[in-house]
Ligand binder design. Sequence first.
Ligand SMILES: *Cc1c(COP(=O)(O)O)cnc(C)c1O
Length: 397
Amino acid sequence: MTTTRSSADTIALFEKYVIPNYRRYPISLVKGEGSRVWDAEGNQYLDLFPGWGCNILGYSPQRVIDAVRDQVGRLIHVPNTWHTEPQGEFAEALCTRGFGKAFFCNSGAEAIEGAIKLARLHTPKEKYKILTFYNGFHGRTFAAVTATAQPKYHEGFGPLVPGFEYAPHNDLEAVRKLVDDETAAILIEPVQGEGGVNVPAPGFLAGLREICDERNMLLIFDEVQTGMGRTGNWFGYQTFGVQPDIMTMAKGIAAGVACGAFICRDEIAPSLRPGIHASTFGGNPLAMTAGLATVQTIEEEGLLEHCLAMSARFQKYFEQLQSELPIIRQVRVCGMMIGIDLAIDAVPAVKKCLDRGLLINATHDTVVRLLPALNVTEEDVDQGCETLGSVLREMAE
Ligand SMILES: *Cc1c(COP(=O)(O)O)cnc(C)c1O
């Protein structure tokens, strides 16, 4: 591996030329393998939050590398005025594991925008309102950020998109009071990710399904984070046994290659008639090939089963730790989504872990969040638990 710049050199470029809208760690990463990643100085890290959830197969997954290398030498981009085999095959892979028909774009926010447009198009004219949930997260474009019911993401951007209403999570009575004949859809993450790994209360998602059926509204699941294997099933809706009408995906579906999508029930699909919605790069051969190789890897390596086994291993460790440390308020685990809610600020825990070579995330002020790769090994899990455990023990003193 040849890197010519130190982390400090690269950081200097950023300071001069990159808009400072992200808080970045003072480290330049140069290569990765599995759940391990290296910086320009050759330091190795264990990454239990690889690619912000996008690197669902960890770093450098071989089938994805091979498939993309092969594809890039044949066709990089073909617009949607043509058919391509990779798009047809990836659509088949998603819909046979999920349902319905697929539309492709390049990111989570775009998938949300398209799903909202489809919901308004498909429902009768008087229906336009979209109901979403406090502490949800749906992305940064205008409709997606309006759907994100967290004031900190709205500050200074108004006026936002009209027609959105917000309900408290896990409160069916509040939802019943808020919906009316103008409500087109309910949009929810099966497990709230950015909001702190909030698992739905038993019966909550089924209750939303019932309300949508009673009032002729669509149920949209945002599976940008829960999608493709993360919950131990292909999709989160299968984990909770509740069928949505439309489902958005992005992050992990192509193992880190930029790709977004939504799928919808067959009857809904014709509402997205020719010319009414589009994405220039959507469904491009590189992303589709990467997505297909991701599905094949999950299947051939038995990663859904492995995800559940590693999930139980994390859960056991952190529940044991919780019984020892009163600063741990709650341990929330759903497959490879792990949230440890602390009675104190979670940000210092991330910094202390980084100093010990472990990469994790803090969200919603007090929640330590892990989104490990589906192929995280037992050794990675044990090492990560030990490091994070020692940090939390120190912070509890
Ligand atoms: C990350 C995320 C998004 C936004 O995805 P982008 O690709 O950043 O636009 C939307 N919904 C959920 C649930 C997410 O986790």
